[in-house]
Design a binder for this molecule. Structure first.
Ligand SMILES: C[S@@+](CC[C@H](N)C(=O)[O-])C[C@H]1O[C@@H](n2cnc3c(N)ncnc32)[C@H](O)[C@@H]1O
Length: 278
């Protein structure tokens, strides 16, 4: 009998967006205000507090363009960032030029898959910000990732993960995307960058969805100068599923919030977990 949680061959690449040229070039344009106005408001300050409380070195899985990594390094903490996408890492590396040499020296970046990596170094704190853990669309990938992280933490080391708490009305077949179409102005060129959601397929059996996105770059006359069709997928899980996953992989949750101000768990917002290696 087919096991939908194992059969992976019919999935679109859950990270296609992070491999696309336009997706990565404009990731920060669409995302860097998320810690001020978006769903993860205040997350960078929260991760900075975690670094102060739990110490360094810090390991950031799925570091992307370094949105969280660079502020942590700037605050004086050694940090290693890992990501599967060369293009996202290239953006993160390009930001080194804006930092002083001491900050640069505290950062190392590696292209690695967070479901299968090893490190000789041991970390006091591991972070998986902004729902990146949900790009691991199979339960087995999520379990293996937490096992890898557990192995490279010091005894009693901490892991902080942010995933969203699923609004179930968004997850049923036929439900539309809650993500609005957006337009931003690229400060470098003055071009308008438009992001349209072109499709959404919800698969509640696998607890995942895939969204198609079209990204267009328009010049001052409104002509399209570049365009790409891309997609990304996320797997959603309940709080209790996360608890079981921690138990299975050698972690115990020590705090659980619904935002980065420390509010208690709430339906349909974020799941912000602080877990300790047992
Ligand atoms: C939503 S972005 C988060 C980036 C960054 N942490 C932030 O908060 O802005 C998700 C990132 O996860 C990365 N990613 C997805 N699957 C991965 C995997 N298996 N191993 C490492 N990185 C992965 C993607 O390449 C992408 O950079």
């Amino acid at each position: 009998m087919a096991n939908p949680q194992k059969a992976g061959s019919d999935f679109a690449d859950p990270n296609a967006y992070y491999y696309s040229e336009l997706g990565t070039r404009f990731y920060d344009l669409f995302t860097c205000d998320s810690d001020k106005t978006g769903p993860v408001k205040g997350d960078v300050d929260f991760y900075l507090r975690c670094a102060r409380d739990f110490g360094a070195p810090v390991l950031e899985l799925a570091t992307g363009t370094g949105r969280v990594l660079w502020p942590i390094a700037r605050a004086g903490f050694e940090i290693v960032g890992v990501d599967i996408s060369d293009r996202m890492l290239a953006v993160a590396r390009s930001k080194a030029n804006a930092e002083d040499s001491a900050t640069q020296g505290r950062v190392r970046l590696h292209r690695m898959d967070m479901t299968s990596f090893e490190m000789t170094e041991r970390f006091r704190l591991a972070l998986i910000p902004f729902r990146a853990f949900q790009h691991l669309i199979l339960p087995d990938q999520q379990r293996r990732s937490l096992e890898c992280i557990n192995r490279c933490l010091v005894p009693g080391g901490h892991l902080v993960i942010d995933v969203f708490d699923p609004r179930l009305d968004y997850c049923i077949p036929g439900a539309k995307s809650p993500n609005p179409d957006r337009q931003m102005k690229d400060p470098a060129t003055g071009h308008v960058i438009a992001r349209h959601v072109t499709s959404r397929v919800n698969d509640p059996i696998r607890q995942m969805f895939t969204e198609g996105w079209r990204i267009e770059e328009l010049d001052a006359e409104g002509r399209i100068v570049s365009t790409t069709e891309t997609s990304w997928s996320l797997r959603w899980g309940t709080r209790q599923e996360m608890r079981y996953l921690f138990e299975l992989t050698g972690f115990e949750p020590v705090a659980e919030y619904s935002d980065f101000d420390g509010s208690p768990p709430a339906y349909g917002s974020e799941q912000v977990w602080v877990a300790r290696k047992t």
